[in-house]
Design a binder for this molecule. Structure first.
Ligand SMILES: [Zn+2]
Length: 256
């Protein structure tokens, strides 16, 4: 059994068939899906889904590019992080990809959410884009507030992977590792330990081969697992079991 530790089932892309997607997870070997929020509206929907469906859990946080909304967002987090179906704070972090970003504000909001996660005994799910150095800096500066978590959609080198692993983080891998040009991710996947790996889709984005370009779904996590086993020359069943253990060890409120 596998778990999709990062998907956006609250996204409009699932409005037409969300229930069908969720109810068909089990028959596709997906035991649970963690629905991630990026702003207030998506987080509210993620909570609703987690309360409605047994196999859905919520990850709540403010996406770095929305950092200026944090003042209105904080009380929502405080009100909801004790919910037993909330398994992490995320996706939070830094995104310096789009021009005009406010680095200082993003770093402040990232640090505030790290501290809130600590207060509620939760791990964090990190989004980092064009910002590995500063992400590591914020994490190191807040080391006493870390309860582990995951670097979602990890795309860095083995050396950067090692830095995050040293801070207690797992690395989340999705469709990107199935793409032809994914040399760096493949290199990292060959070098890290099986204990460091988590599976995800980031649905509806980044569908793995052979569905690249289509809407992604949690059931496609199976293609990611197949590819990782192939890259690492490992027995798929053993790897699958190990990754489920990693998932439980990281997200302590999740049980199956
Ligand atoms: Zn995401």
């Amino acid at each position: 059994m596998i778990v999709d530790t990062h998907c956006h089932l609250a996204d409009d892309a699932f409005d037409a068939d969300r229930e069908r997607v969720i109810l068909s997870l089990a028959q596709n070997n997906v035991g649970a899906a963690f629905v991630v929020g990026t702003d207030l509206a998506e987080c509210k929907k993620a909570i609703e889904l987690a309360e409605k469906y047994e196999n859905i859990y919520a990850i709540l946080g403010l996406y770095p590019e929305y950092a200026e909304q944090y003042d209105q967002f904080e009380s929502f987090l405080e009100d909801n992080l004790s919910n037993p179906k909330v398994v992490a704070v995320g996706e939070i972090g830094l995104d310096f990809h789009t021009e005009g970003y406010n680095q200082k504000l993003q770093e402040e909001v990232f640090a505030k959410q790290i501290k809130l996660a600590y207060k509620y005994n939760l791990p964090i799910s990190i989004h980092t884009r064009d910002a590995f150095d500063r992400t590591l800096k914020v994490l190191k500066d807040n080391k006493q507030y870390l309860h582990g978590g995951v670097i979602h959609c990890f795309s860095g080198s083995p050396e950067i992977a090692e830095e995050f692993i040293k801070l207690g983080f797992k690395l989340g891998f999705g469709g990107v590792c199935t793409f032809k040009n994914a040399r760096k991710v493949v290199d990292t996947l060959k070098k890290i330990k099986p204990e460091d790996i988590l599976l995800e889709t980031d649905s509806p984005y980044l569908a793995p081969t052979p569905h690249r370009g289509e809407r992604n779904e949690p059931k496609y996590t199976n293609f990611v697992l197949d590819k990782i086993a192939e890259i690492r020359l490992e027995n798929k069943e053993i790897l699958e079991k190990q990754i489920l253990e990693n998932t439980k060890n990281t997200f302590k409120r999740f049980s199956i």
